[in-house]
Design a protein around this ligand. Structure first.
Ligand code: UDX
Length: 436
């Protein structure tokens, strides 16, 4: 089967490469000539473990190609995926759908055969209806079915998530759409991955509901962590204790500095907007967004506390280990490190940092931070060392060396990757999240 993937960003490229690996003939399309040129040369526009090798082997096998021409790319394709960005529209938090609609129009104008048009981008409820209208307005003579097929890929684990999904959700309104999507995912049907066929609007809402629920779970455990600190309880045991209940489940109960990334912050805001538009407020999600936002700055204040308070902190130096919103990505979008670094800078603290992949992207967001070659260079002369992101590289720091290089042995662990007793036994003043 031939598949066209319009948009070769994170979702488009991972999905395109995985579909090709299933044996489909895939063309990835992007307007950005330099991105396509780089892909032709095997250079990935994003950091995702395993993606370069997957792209290379499928290009070599002749199943994956790249082009800037939409008309050429969609020719003979039975399924045309729209995987372009839907950023938060400036000012109001609504998802900006102009890229999705522009692609829909171009697809309609250039269609040379019957096809299923699939929205993979995260789009608000009703977008599929609009895509259908836009394509109909182009007066194409070909049969088109518009389908919703949201992605649930985690950055850093996207290929595994694509190939071994918890579920696949397909929102289709007619038999043609269902049949083609059945064929697209046939390799996964054989693996017995659960597939849920539903209506298009339901499928669109499932994506937002899933992300909002996960964001709520994280925010809930973060507030419980704050309470643990006050009452002298241990958040990790609380997470274990509630997670063993099958109705709750153990995942996404890891307390930390607040969620960030390309999905949760944007999608929760977009869901709030949809709820407002339909006069059906989602107050829980409203609270989650507010609590998570203020948490990131609160983490900066937690570091100031470890330095003896805002007044004592002025003129001191802090080393941040990890800047990306989570490990195994170079993505800095809405990372808690941005608020932490800013809070420290505003308080007159000198900040140095090291991140294995994110420093290039981080630089313009925190121009006042000195980026270092490795964790130990960042720690040199620091009055406090802060673990902001749980990269593996920080899980087994040489604590003796840290103590030697730092000005003071103060460790603030915002990801709870160390055991308090061990770090204290090594002579550190140690604070973490939800543990005393
Ligand atoms: C998320 C969803 O998991 C994915 O299904 C969706 O398609 C896109 O959004 P991603 O943003 O890549 O994926 O990262 P994820 O691993 O879900 O983490 C999101 C944020 O939550 C990170 O900032 C992470 O540090 C935080 N988090 C996650 C916690 O603080 N605690 C947890 O227990 C889990």
């Amino acid at each position: 089967m031939k598949i066209a993937m319009v948009g070769s960003g994170y979702v488009g490229l991972v999905s395109g490469a995985c579909f090709a690996d299933f044996g489909h003939d895939v063309v990835c399309i992007d307007k950005d000539q330099s991105k396509i040129d780089r892909l032709h040369n095997g250079i990935m526009p994003i950091y995702e473990p395993g993606l370069d090798a997957l792209v290379e082997s499928n290009v070599k096998a002749g199943r994956l190609s790249f082009t800037t021409s939409l008309a050429e790319g969609i020719k003979d394709a039975s399924a045309i995926f729209i995987a372009v960005g839907t950023p938060s529209r400036r000012g109001d938090g609504h998802a900006d759908l102009s890229f999705v609609y522009a692609v829909a129009k171009e697809v309609g104008e250039n269609l040379a055969n019957d096809a299923v048009v699939v929205t993979k981008s995260t789009v608000p409820v009703g977008t599929g209806d609009e895509v259908e209208r836009i394509i109909a307005d182009t007066r194409t003579s070909h049969k088109v079915s518009v389908v919703s097929n949201p992605e649930f890929l985690r950055e850093g684990a996207a290929i595994a998530d694509f190939k071994r999904p918890d579920r696949i959700v397909i929102g289709a309104e007619d038999e043609f759409g269902r049949e083609v999507m059945h064929e697209v995912y046939r390799p996964l049907f054989l693996n017995e991955s659960p597939i849920l066929f539903t209506s298009r609007r339901t499928s669109e809402l499932i994506k937002y509901a899933a992300n909002a629920f996960l964001a709520t779970k994280i925010t809930f455990i973060n507030e419980m962590a704050d309470l643990c600190e006050k009452v002298g309880a241990d958040i990790q045991d609380v997470s274990r204790g509630i997670g063993m209940d099958n109705r709750i489940g153990p995942k996404f109960l890891h307390a930390g500095p607040g969620y960030g990334g390309s999905c949760f912050p944007k999608d929760t805001l977009a869901l709030l907007k949809t709820a407002e538009d339909y006069d059906s407020p989602t107050r829980i999600v409203e609270a989650v967004v507010k609590v998570n936002d203020s948490r990131k700055r609160a983490m900066g204040r937690k570091v100031l506390d470890a330095l003896g308070g805002a007044d004592a902190a002025r003129g001191k130096k802090v080393a941040l280990l990890g800047l990306t919103f989570k490990p195994n990505t170079d993505d800095m979008r809405d990372s808690p490190s941005i608020a932490v670094a800013q809070t420290l800078h505003d308080a007159g603290v000198e900040v140095s940092a090291y991140d294995p992949e994110g420093m290039e992207q981080a630089k313009p967001m925190m121009p006042f931070v000195t980026m270092c070659e490795n964790p130990y260079e960042a720690i040199e002369g620091a009055d406090a060392t802060v673990i902001v992101t749980e990269w593996d590289a920080f899980r087994a720091l040489d604590l003796g060396k840290v103590k030697e290089l730092a000005k003071s042995p103060v460790l603030v662990d915002l990801r709870n990757i160390y055991t308090p007793a061990d770090v204290r036994a090594a002579g550190f003043e140690y604070s973490s999240v939800g543990r005393t």
